[in-house]
Design a protein around this ligand. Structure first.
Ligand code: NAD
Length: 258
């Protein structure tokens, strides 16, 4: 029987790559995230054609607990189970603490942290009933270390590491594992969008942001690729990873070794 995976924020970037990898690995997939309706539909149809599995889309907004509950319920009803949950949706805003708009703080904490509590509280009973499950939280190197001007993001990502550990302990004897992946910089729209703001906040050029800020601590001097993250998610969802729980895997080109 096909396993079912939900990937939040899978209409672009890392989430899309993870969803594609799971579909190609034989899983039914529930896509989620924002975007242009017909483009999402094209992606969905292409993934189904390439993988031969079922791929559906649910538009739940990760700031809305009711919509999140409906995402999990609909997945269970339409695809038969919830075996793997990937909490990936995330946004960023770059500004000094004293200039940080409070509504941006609330939005980032809601999407990057609280939404994972809501997906997990709805998915865990379904996983328990099935006697197994995998929860994979896409944290960040910023879940382990900080950078200036990213207070909300760093707070949310440190928070998701704590949520990961606590849930893993609660679920340790249930066959459900909970882990985080901590990527370094990946050139997705989330990173592309923060380059102009970072340049402004630091008074430097956009090229200097890429080379001197983003890749400064990434020891390999290369951006991480979305496929690198997807491959680790596939591994964490495999039987081989059943004793890995309550921890994180860094994919950051050596950033947090320093
Ligand atoms: P992205 O901007 O390409 O993708 C973000 C996804 O989240 C999109 O599908 C978007 O529609 C969705 N999303 C945003 N707000 C949402 C909401 N309210 N409800 C539902 N979906 C919403 O960014 P990405 O780089 O692929 O980021 C994915 C995850 O990886 C995030 O959690 C991010 O923090 C994390 N991450 C990214 C990097 C990086 O360098 N790109 C590094 C470390 C961690």
């Amino acid at each position: 029987m096909h396993r079912t995976v939900i990937v939040t924020g899978s209409t672009s970037g890392i989430g899309l790559a993870i969803a594609q990898a799971f579909a190609n690995d034989g899983c039914n997939v529930m896509l989620n995230g924002f975007g242009v309706e017909h483009e999402i539909e094209d992606t969905r149809l292409l993934m189904e054609a390439e993988s031969g599995t079922r791929v559906l889309y649910h538009p739940a907004d990760m700031t809305k607990p009711d919509e999140i509950a409906d995402l999990i319920k609909t997945t269970h009803e339409k695809l038969g189970s919830v075996d793997i949950l990937v909490n990936n949706a995330g946004v960023q805003h770059v500004a000094p603490v004293e200039d940080f708009p409070p509504e941006k703080w609330d939005q980032i904490i809601a999407i990057n942290l609280t939404s994972s509590f809501h997906t997990m509280r709805a998915a865990i009973p379904l996983m328990k009933a099935g006697g197994k499950g995998r929860i994979i939280n896409i944290a960040s190197a910023h879940g382990l270390v900080a950078s200036p001007y990213k207070s909300a993001y760093v707070a949310a990502k440190h928070g998701i590491i704590g949520l990961t550990k606590s849930a893993a302990l609660e679920l340790a004897e249930t066959g459900i594992t909970v882990n985080a992946i901590c990527p370094g910089y990946v050139l997705t729209s989330l990173v592309e969008k923060q380059i102009p703001d970072t340049a402004k906040a630091r008074g430097i050029s956009e090229d200097e942001v890429k080379n001197d800020v983003l890749l400064r601590l990434q020891a390999t001097k290369e951006f991480v690729k979305v496929e690198d993250i997807a491959a680790t998610a596939i591994f964490l969802a495999s039987d081989a990873a059943k004793q890995i729980t309550g921890t994180h895997i860094s994919i950051d080109g050596g950033w947090t070794a320093q």
